[in-house]
Design a protein around this ligand. Structure first.
Ligand SMILES: [Zn+2]
Length: 433
C-alpha cells in the first residue's frame, strides 16, 4: 500500500484534457507537472502522448460481495476491476453476509482491501442492524473503528421508517457522517418488475412507480433539514427526483446525490428483450428521465457518478426475468459510459468529469487523500485514459468475477491505459500491473 520509491516520468499526458505536460511522480506523490521534465537516473519513463490524465476515480457505491458471496465477487477481483476502470478508491456497500453492521466486520473488509492493495476500500456501514430496518446498528463503534466509517447505508433496502431515519441522521452528526439512502418506498414497489409507464403496460409487467423513489427523497430531504444533518441519495433515477433535489439544494440543505452510468445511458425499452441483464434496482427509466439525469449531472444538481457495481453469478442472472437478481456490473465501464453519455454529447468537459467522478465523491465519502487535484505535493492517484479508441464491450475480458454487464455488445469509446495508486501502478498498458 505504501509508495515503492520508484520515480516515474509520465510523458505528454494531457492533465484534465488540457495541453500536454510531463508528470513526475516520486515517493507516492506528484512532484512536478509541466513541459519537458528531466528524467532522473533510474526513473521509469511512460509515454502517455494522446492520453488524458485524471485524478484517480472514486466510487461511492460498489458491492464487492465479500464476505459471503465470493462466488459473485471478492475484494481481490472487485478491486482489480476497479483499478482497470481507473478507480483508486471504492466504497464497499454493507449488504454482505455477515452484514457490515459492526466494527468487526467493517474492519475485516477494510483490512482485506489493504491486503489486496489495488485501490483503497472504504467500508460503508449498515444503518440498521442486519439491514432489517428495525433498530440502529452500532454506528459510533464503526466510526471509531480502524475502518473509520463515515458513510452509512442499508443499500439494497430503504430505511423506510421515518423515526429511524431521523435518529440515524442525528446520530452521525457527532462524527461528520452521512446517511446514504436507497430511496424506495417498499409498499409502493411490492412485486414491481420494471419502471411503471408505457413500456410496463405494453409488456404486462408490474410497474415500479417513480413516486416510490421521489416520496422517500422528499421526506428525507425534509428530515435532513429538520435535524441539520448530511443526506446522500443513492442512484437517483427519475426526473422528479432531480427536481426535488434541486429544490432541497436551493434551500442550502446538506443533500448530495449520485447517478449511475447505466441510468445515464439505458432506458426501460430494453426490458422488452426480457433479458435480465437489464434488471436493476432502481429500474431503468424513460428517455425523459435519462435526459433529466444528464442535465442534472451537468449542472451539479447531481453531485457525482457512482457505479452501483452489483456483480451476480450466472445462475442468479440468466434465469427468467421475474426471479432474476437485480443489479449490473459497472466498475470497468464507468468512465467509458460517462464519455459516451456526457463528454461526447458536449454536456461535460474533462475537468468536470474529474470533479464528478473523483473530487466530489471523495468529499462526500470523507476520503482525505483521494479526489485531490493533479498538482505537485498531492498524492499520486491518477488515471491515464485514451478517449480516442472505440471498442465493443466484452464482459468475458473483465476482471470482475461476474459477467452481468448491460453494456455487453455495445461499442463504447475509451480505454483506461494506466492507473496509479499513491505512485505505484496498479494498471499499465491497459492490463493489471
Ligand atoms: Zn441501492
Amino acid at each position: 500500500m505504501t509508495a515503492d520509491g520508484t520515480t516515474w516520468v509520465i510523458r505528454g499526458a494531457r492533465p484534465l484534457g488540457g495541453e500536454p505536460a510531463d508528470i513526475t511522480v516520486a515517493d507516492g506523490a506528484i512532484t512536478g507537472i509541466g513541459p519537458g521534465a528531466a528524467a532522473p537516473s533510474g526513473a521509469q519513463v511512460l509515454d502517455a502522448s494522446g492520453l488524458i490524465a485524471l485524478p484517480g476515480l472514486v466510487d461511492l457505491h460498489s458491492h464487492l460481495r465479500e464476505p459471503g458471496r465470493e462466488d459473485a465477487e471478492t475484494i481481490e477481483t472487485g478491486t482489480l476491476a476497479a483499478a482497470l476502470g481507473g478507480f483508486t478508491a471504492v466504497h464497499a456497500m454493507a449488504n454482505t453476509d455477515p452484514v457490515a453492521d459492526t466494527a468487526g466486520v467493517t474492519e475485516q473488509i477494510w483490512r482485506l482491501g489493504r491486503a489486496a492493495g489495488r485501490c483503497d476500500v472504504q467500508p460503508v456501514g449498515a444503518v440498521t442492524a442486519g439491514l432489517a430496518g428495525s433498530r440502529l446498528a452500532e454506528l459510533g463503534a464503526m466510526a471509531e473503528s480502524a475502518a473509520r466509517v463515515r458513510v452509512f447505508s442499508d443499500d439494497g433496502h430503504c430505511v423506510s421508517d421515518a423515526v429511524l431515519m431521523r435518529r440515524a441522521l442525528e446520530y452521525v452528526k457527532a462524527f461528520d457522517g452521512v446517511i446514504a439512502q436507497h430511496a424506495q418506498e417498499p409498499t409502493l414497489t411490492e412485486g414491481a418488475q420494471m419502471n411503471e409507464g408505457v413500456a410496463s403496460g405494453r409488456l404486462g409487467l408490474a410497474g415500479w412507480p417513480a413516486v416510490a423513489e421521489e416520496a422517500v427523497i422528499a421526506r428525507d430531504c425534509l428530515l435532513a433539514a429538520h435535524v441539520d444533518s448530511a443526506l446522500h441519495i443513492c442512484h437517483v433515477s427519475t426526473a422528479g427526483s432531480v427536481e426535488i433535489i434541486r429544490w432541497a439544494k436551493s434551500k442550502g440543505w446538506r443533500v448530495t446525490a449520485e447517478v449511475t452510468p447505466h441510468h445515464l445511458l439505458l432506458t426501460d425499452d430494453l426490458v422488452a428483450t426480457y433479458d435480465p441483464v437489464y434488471k436493476v434496482n432502481p429500474p431503468l427509466r424513460t428517455a425523459t428521465d435519462v435526459a433529466a439525469l444528464r442535465e442534472a449531472l451537468a449542472d451539479g444538481t447531481i453531485d457525482c457518478v457512482a457505479t452501483d457495481h452489483a456483480p451476480h453469478p450466472v445462475e442468479d442472472k440468466e434465469t427468467e426475468w421475474a426471479v432474476a437478481a437485480h443489479g449490473m456490473t459497472g466498475l470497468e465501464t464507468a468512465l467509458r459510459v460517462v464519455q459516451e453519455a456526457m463528454v461526447d454529447t458536449g454536456l461535460l468537459g474533462w475537468p468536470e468529469v474529474a470533479d464528478r467522478m473523483s473530487a466530489r465523491p471523495a468529499v462526500i465519502g470523507r476520503l482525505a487523500g483521494q479526489g485531490r487535484p493533479l498538482a505537485p505535493g498531492e498524492p499520486a492517484n491518477l488515471v491515464l485514459y485514451n478517449p480516442a479508441t472505440r471498442e465493443v464491450v466484452d464482459p468475458a475480458t473483465h476482471a470482475s468475477r461476474s459477467r452481468n454487464s448491460p453494456f455487453a455488445g455495445m461499442t463504447l469509446p475509451g480505454q483506461v491505459m494506466a492507473t496509479f495508486l499513491r505512485g505505484r501502478p496498479t494498471v499499465l498498458d491497459g492490463k493489471p500491473a
